[in-house]
Design a protein around this ligand. Sequence first.
Ligand SMILES: Cc1cc2nc3c(=O)[nH]c(=O)nc-3n(C[C@H](O)[C@H](O)[C@H](O)COP(=O)(O)OP(=O)(O)OC[C@H]3O[C@@H](n4cnc5c(N)ncnc54)[C@H](O)[C@@H]3O)c2cc1C
Length: 421
Amino acid sequence: MSGIVNKDYSFWSLFTKGLRHHEGWEPAWRSPEPQKSYDFVIVGAGGHGLATAYYLAKEHGAKSVVVLEKGYLGGGNTARNTTIVRSNYLWDDAALLYEHALKLWEGLTQDLNFNVMFSQRGVFNLGHTLQDMRDIERRVASNNLNGIDALVLDAREVKERIPLIDTSKRARYPILGASLQPRGGVARHDAVAWGFARGASKYGVDIIENCEVVGMDIADGRIKGLETTRGYIGASRVGCVAAGHSSVLAAMAGIRLPLESHPLQALVSESMKPCLDTVVMSNAVHGYLSQSDKGELVIGAGIDHFNSYAQRGSPHVIEHTAAAIIEMFPMFSRLRMNRQWGGIVDTAPDACPIISKTRVKGLYFNCGWGTGGFKATPGSGHVFAHTLAHDEPHPLNAAFSLDRFWSGHLIDEHGAAGVAH
Ligand SMILES: Cc1cc2nc3c(=O)[nH]c(=O)nc-3n(C[C@H](O)[C@H](O)[C@H](O)COP(=O)(O)OP(=O)(O)OC[C@H]3O[C@@H](n4cnc5c(N)ncnc54)[C@H](O)[C@@H]3O)c2cc1C
């Protein structure tokens, strides 16, 4: 997939390009032949990798940066996710990192001069049991202490705001209430990848697609370069941002990451008129959904519990998810599903990311975002760029280093990560 853009946005230019079978468009990002070496090599052209390259060039003045992608730009989890954005995590470290991302989302379209279609339509996390409601109250209180918008609603207030939802007592898991983050919402996943790619390219970053990293050249405990399917590329610093394939890259450096890779699925329905203007998530019935601008329901499922690198689904997960959605919204029982897909997510034992240096000098990892990293895309790129540029973590990602797995300072976000978006 190669991005195209027209620098002349006048009606006449757009019209005449259309008449000429859309020929003459300029590429949105440059795809040159790789140079012999770079100061910074980013492995993985998903949203996080591209954002890292963008902020490295823009905020740290890096002049020699390349992003290597084994497939096509944004073809990993960035283009496979259900695009829920929120920052209402429980613990300070996580909440502040995701809130940093949310603040960047709020200005991202202007910053990139590219419409990422960020829509702050609110995110509901439903509570079905008394324990759910106690957890919600605790999390909302913690969010408010961190200056994050969050409120607790009872079942009547949920019904007022989401008229289609079944809050009656006859439901198998009755809805007792919810937390609401009004500033949460959704964004257009492809646009995020394209916008960061275009922005990075403007600052001189090389973006090389169809270039897989297959080996690492490490000498005297320091990274020297990478073996790729397009030849050897020398590197002073390498940032790996490869989501579900992070362990494969780490193994090339002799590092074992505390990660498991699982398929996570999503599905979309046929289009219908606008009927759901917010995002609804339920950990108990295990489903979450929103309605896209095209009118489709965008539905997220649970992970497949087998470890796998197969980017595909399994019917029992889809069946379970469809049942969960109908439990919450009985009227969707007649809706037909259009398509379904899977992505490989990298889950860490404490449901938190790893943004870290490694024991190999000049080699860094940004991974472990599991089922919920899309929401962090700009923030993750921003702090990882700082980490790479300074060889020191940004204050917001210091707690997310690999050290925590032997020091014991885990940040258990399983409750707020839930299913776990
Ligand atoms: C079905 C599904 C639903 C989800 N829903 C949400 C949600 O609603 N909200 C949310 O916040 N998150 C969600 N997520 C999680 C989110 O998608 C990810 O955490 C996030 O997109 C990860 O971004 P990334 O840029 O790190 O990874 P990716 O977009 O996967 O990018 C990594 C890139 O690295 C490349 N790569 C791998 N190995 C190599 C190599 N050896 N050489 C070169 N390139 C390589 C891959 O091809 C890929 O393009 C969901 C994920 C899935 C699968």
